[in-house]
Design a protein around this ligand. Structure first.
Ligand code: SLL
Length: 267
């Protein structure tokens, strides 16, 4: 069948985000969950990266069901039926609970794609972000993460933890390529106007403060460029460091040679 022909040399991608939001349960909510030890309500989701205009949902502007058949979220074993299969959008699971844990997210593509399922991992984040990793130039070991009291956490508003990613299809089948091109993804906004343009990410510690301004985060093409600039700058720094250490090494080798000669002359 002509449809089952792979289009060699073609790659096509779809931008997605995956991650979670979490809010602290109010006292009234805690009474109605039937689980007195549960402290948070959270939603873990796989969505298109751009947000719908005027929506306060993070991402999700495009419906991904044309190429995603199922998303399986594997929760912690303390949950009943921890394997949750979601077969239509929104591809998300909402729960209440008390603890953070790793969620396995398996994305199965529509049958006609002929593509294998992919597996992603997301660490469910309930507690507000704080700097818990070594900052550049910091000599001290990272501090233990501090968990604020539920009252203080509630004041900070919902916690967001989202990862931007691109699902790349290489040499897609002709029919799948046709399907994908028939559904062009919404472009990412260049910059964010009403939303928080800086979803915090630990690869960019400077984004922490900006992300604390509150509001719904949004991924933008400006962020993509900034990330590329940071990588470029880091590369430049590494090359400079390499040059510095190479010249130190050359100096030391000269010194060694001089001392060895001196030693030989004294024997
Ligand atoms: C922790 N390793 O100790 C993690 C486990 C498990 C979280 C977290 C709900 C359980 C229930 C829940 O929050 N599980 O159904 O009550 O932090």
């Amino acid at each position: 069948m002509a449809d089952r022909v792979r289009v060699r040399g073609v790659t096509i991608h779809r931008p997605i985000i995956y991650g979670n939001t979490a809010t602290v349960l109010t006292a009234a909510e805690r009474e109605t969950t039937h689980y007195p030890d549960h402290t948070h309500r959270w939603t873990v989701a796989v969505r298109s990266a751009p947000s719908a205009p005027d929506s306060d949902t993070v991402g999700g502007g495009d419906d991904l069901a044309y190429f995603i058949k199922r998303v399986t979220f594997k929760l912690h074993d303390t949950y009943p039926n921890p394997t949750r299969n979601i077969d239509k959008p929104p591809f998300e699971v909402s729960e209440t609970g008390w603890g953070e844990f790793e969620i396995q997210i398996r994305i199965t593509f529509v049958a006609e794609s002929g593509e294998k399922a992919i597996t992603l991992y997301h660490h469910l984040k309930l507690h507000p972000w704080s700097i818990t990793f070594p900052l550049p130039n910091a000599s001290a070991a990272p501090a233990e993460p501090e968990i604020p009291s539920p009252e203080n956490a509630a004041k900070l508003g919902p916690v967001h933890s989202w990862q931007y990613d691109e699902i790349v299809f290489t040499d897609p089948f002709q029919n799948f390529l046709t399907l994908l091109t028939a559904h062009a993804p919404m472009p990412l906004p260049k910059t964010s106007v009403n939303k928080n343009p800086v979803p915090f990410h630990s690869s960019n510690p400077a984004s922490l403060e900006a992300s604390l301004k509150g509001g719904v985060p949004e991924f933008t093409s400006a962020m993509e460029k900034e990330e590329a600039d940071r990588l470029e700058e880091a590369k430049g720094k590494i090359i400079k460091e390499q040059e510095k250490f190479r010249s130190i090494l050359i100096e030391k080798e000269k010194e060694l040679e001089r001392l060895q000669k001196l030693l030989a002359s004294k024997e």
